[in-house]
Design a protein. Structure first.
Length: 161
C-alpha cells in the first residue's frame, strides 16, 4: 500500500535560503578582528596574575608529570645502566657530595611526590564537596605547599640524624 493510498500528504520541506556557514578559518579571522578592534590582549597571562588556587592546580599537574616521566626515566636508566642497583648507589656515594647539598637534593626529589600526595587528598575533599570556598582554597593551598616542603625536608634529612 502506498503513502497516497493511506491518505498521507507528501510534501517537500521548504528550502532555506540562509547563507552558508563560515569556515573555521573565517570564524577565527573574525574572532581576532573583533579582539583587535576591542583592544583585547592576545594572551590571558597579560591580564591574569598568578594566584594561589591557580598555582596549586598548576603545581599538581606539574608534579604529576614530573613523577610519571621521572619514574619511567629512572626505571629505563637503571635497566640500561651497566651493573646492578647497588653499584649505582655506590657510584653516587663515591662522588662524596657534602651532606647539606645531598640533603637539599634529596628534599628536592621528595617534594613532587609529597606535594602531589597531599594536594591529591585536597582534591579528594573537593570530590566529596568540601573546600570550594575561596578562603578555604587559600588556606588549604598554603597548607599543602607548606606541609609538603616540611615533609620533603624531613625525608631528605632522615639519613643524617
Amino acid at each position: 500500500m502506498s503513502a497516497l493510498q493511506l491518505g498521507w500528504k507528501l510534501s517537500r520541506p521548504a528550502i532555506s535560503a540562509a547563507p552558508m556557514a563560515l569556515s573555521a578559518h573565517d570564524q577565527m579571522k573574525e574572532f581576532w578582528k573583533k579582539n583587535e578592534k576591542l583592544n583585547r590582549p592576545s594572551s590571558p597571562w597579560i591580564i591574569y596574575w598568578p594566584h594561589l588556587p591557580m598555582m596549586t592546580s598548576l603545581g599538581h599537574r606539574t608534579t604529576g608529570i614530573v613523577l610519571g616521566t621521572g619514574l619511567y626515566g629512572i626505571s629505563i636508566g637503571v635497566f640500561l645502566a651497566p651493573g646492578d642497583f647497588n653499584s649505582i648507589i655506590q657510584g653516587i656515594q663515591s662522588l662524596e657530595i657534602a651532606a647539606p647539598i645531598m640533603c637539599a637534593l634529596k628534599s628536592i626529589v621528595a617534594f613532587p611526590l609529597v606535594y602531589h600526595y597531599i594536594n591529591g587528598l585536597r582534591h579528594l575533599s573537593w570530590d566529596a564537596g568540601y573546600g570550594f570556598k575561596l578562603n578555604t582554597q587559600y588556606k588549604t593551598g598554603i597548607l599543602a605547599y607548606g606541609s609538603a616542603a616540611a615533609i620533603a625536608l624531613l625525608l631528605g634529612s632522615l639519613s643524617y640524624w
